[in-house]
Design a protein around this ligand. Structure first.
Ligand SMILES: Nc1ncnc2c1ncn2[C@@H]1O[C@H](COP(=O)(O)OP(=O)(O)O)[C@@H](O)[C@H]1O
Ligand SMILES: CC(C)(COP(=O)(O)O)[C@@H](O)C(=O)NCCC(=O)O
Ligand SMILES: [K+]
Length: 250
């Protein structure tokens, strides 16, 4: 019999691989910087019957997982972006081009609200997708905080940056602070633009925010937005629960 702790959900992004067993999806995720590092941790799990993998990183990750699962007699389900699933319809005409993390974040958010919504995933890149009545309307892809800073430094002679993640938001008084605060302003701009777009079309809507950098949008909680840990993994959980309905009813 398959139980929730035998199922592992894996979200491979451009910065890190996040993974967790289905019974622990609301706890802190494990994180690894390579498939090999991820496998070292997975080998310490008592028993794995099935791995659900979503990958927007290098295609070799899928190959590594396929080999690992073959060696350890684990069933591997790689999830790809679909045109339609769980009453959600994708707006892309070529869905193979859409990062599966966006699709999974939408599926997770779609389960959380009946209102029109924007789902914002703050990772290496920041994505924002809009959904109304189960129809994806389209979205935005924006450089993430780190990429923005790198691009500034690379394309200018006198701008330098540091690695600090800002814990406040105000005008900076040194080059490094101006860069950090300015890039933070741009990240906030994605949220504010989503509010602007949604509010011009409907009175009621939800904004759901996830990803490793979601705390940069923590201020949005005061406006009623919802910060969710592990959005992509929650999307994967929908596939797992659909395949194994006896585990938990959906
Ligand atoms: N505490 C933090 N505050 C703000 N941004 C962060 C924080 N930690 C990570 N980030 C940002 O989130 C990104 C990593 O998030 P993650 O969701 O793991 O990305 P990915 O899914 O692309 O691998 C980093 O590139 C960094 O820009
Ligand atoms: C936009 C992304 C890079 C975001 O990835 P992440 O920041 O989570 O690593 C990823 O969803 C992707 O590679 N998308 C492909 C292009 C598209 O979605 O249209
Ligand atoms: K992202």
């Amino acid at each position: 019999m398959v139980t929730e702790n035998d199922i592992v959900l894996v979200d491979a992004g451009n910065t890190s691989i996040k993974f967790v067993t289905l019974n622990n999806i609301d706890t802190e995720l494990h994180s690894a910087y390579s498939a090999t590092e991820c496998f070292q941790t997975l080998k310490t799990f008592p028993y794995i019957s099935c791995i659900y993998l979503s990958n927007v990183g290098d295609a070799s990750i899928e190959q590594h997982f396929s080999e690992f699962c073959q060696q350890h007699a684990i069933q591997l389900k790689i999830i790809y972006t679909q045109k339609e699933q769980f009453s959600l319809v994708n707006a892309y005409s070529d869905v193979t081009k859409m990062g599966v993390d966006r699709w999974l974040a939408m599926l997770a958010a779609h389960k959380m609200t009946r209102k029109p919504f924007a789902v914002i995933d703050v990772g290496t890149a920041i994505t924002c997708d809009f959904v109304k009545d189960g129809q994806h309307l389209g979205g935005w892809i924006t450089p993430g905080f780190g990429i923005m800073k790198d691009a500034l430094v690379k394309n200018t002679a006198r701008v330098s940056a540091n690695k600090d993640i800002p814990t406040r938001f105000e005008p900076g008084t040194s080059t490094e602070e101006c860069v950090a605060m300015g890039c933070q302003a741009a990240v906030r701009g994605v949220y504010l633009s989503a509010v602007d777009y949604l509010s011009s079309n409907q009175a009621e809507f939800s904004i759901i925010i996830g990803g490793g950098g979601k705390n940069m949008l923590a201020f949005a909680q005061f406006d009623g937005s919802i910060l969710v840990a592990n959005l992509v993994v929650h999307g994967l959980a929908r596939y797992a629960r659909n395949d194994f309905p006896a585990l938990v009813s959906e």
